[in-house]
Design a protein around this ligand. Structure first.
Ligand code: PGA
Length: 245
């Protein structure tokens, strides 16, 4: 049995004061949740507030991306060792918004994943197809290409320490969730690729318009180990309802 993981990606929302208010409400709401990992990914400027308020709780904190270099003249970037020193334990890599708006590729996803692991962070490596790719019946080919470029070059030891998130781009922020069956199909494609390359598989989350009212159906699928939640992770009540589903 793989341990469930419920993750909240706040994207570019919330100030440090709003972060503290969120956790004051959220932490008591999940105090008695079943055995699972709970991780919030706030904007960088909120990480200090988030890690200090969650320190004695069961909630962990992560960065939304990282640079693959440790330091240097790279204005605007944040490195793995910096996130770790700020108290983060996790990091998102290759989120579709990073791929779409900030030029990330499978090659840089691989570099960032290696850098995250080297810094002692647990990466959640995100992938997923566009609507046009799904409609052209190219979902399997796209997922296999993203796996080949971003994940397959890892060593077996590195691979064992990652989590993968399948996030079809047509379901992100659109209110259009993949059905549990569509998500499970995609997870099966990814698990087959993992087993073929590494002889085993790791946790795979689903992401894309996950809400309190669809989490149960998704989690009922054996293939799905958890969720990466955007919009519905911004409110303590709705993210707690997802964690406590
Ligand atoms: P959403 O975002 O839940 O708002 O669709 C998911 C994500 O981008 O990780």
């Amino acid at each position: 049995m793989r341990k469930p993981l419920l993750a909240g990606n706040w994207k570019m929302y919330k100030t440090p004061a709003e972060t503290r208010r969120f956790f004051e409400e959220f932490i008591p709401l999940v105090a008695t949740a079943r055995e699972c990992d709970i991780v919030i990914f706030p904007p960088f400027v909120d990480i200090a507030a988030a890690t200090s308020i969650t320190e004695t709780s069961r909630v962990a904190i992560g960065g939304q991306t990282l640079d693959w270099r440790t330091e240097g003249a790279f204005t605007g970037e944040v490195s793995g060792p910096m996130l770790k020193a700020a108290g983060a334990d996790w990091v998102l890599v290759g989120h579709s918004e990073r791929r779409q708006f900030f030029g990330e590729t499978d090659a840089t996803v691989y570099q960032r994943t290696v850098a995250a692991l080297a810094a002692g962070l647990k990466p959640i490596v995100c992938l997923g197809e566009h609507l046009a790719e799904r409609e052209a019946d190219r979902t399997q080919a796209v997922l296999e290409t993203q796996f080949e470029g971003g994940i397959a070059p890892l060593s077996a030891d590195q691979f064992a320490r990652i989590v993968v998130a399948y996030e079809p781009m047509w379901a992100i922020g659109t209110g259009r969730t993949a059905t549990a069956e569509i998500a499970a199909d995609a997870h099966r494609i990814l698990r087959a690729a993992m087993r073929q390359k590494f002889g085993n598989d790791v946790r795979i989350l689903y992401g894309g318009s996950v809400k309190p009212d669809n989490i149960q159906g998704l989690m009922a699928q054996d293939e799905i180990d958890g969720a990466l939640v955007g919009g519905a992770s911004l409110s303590p009540e709705s993210f707690a309802a997802i964690v406590n589903h």
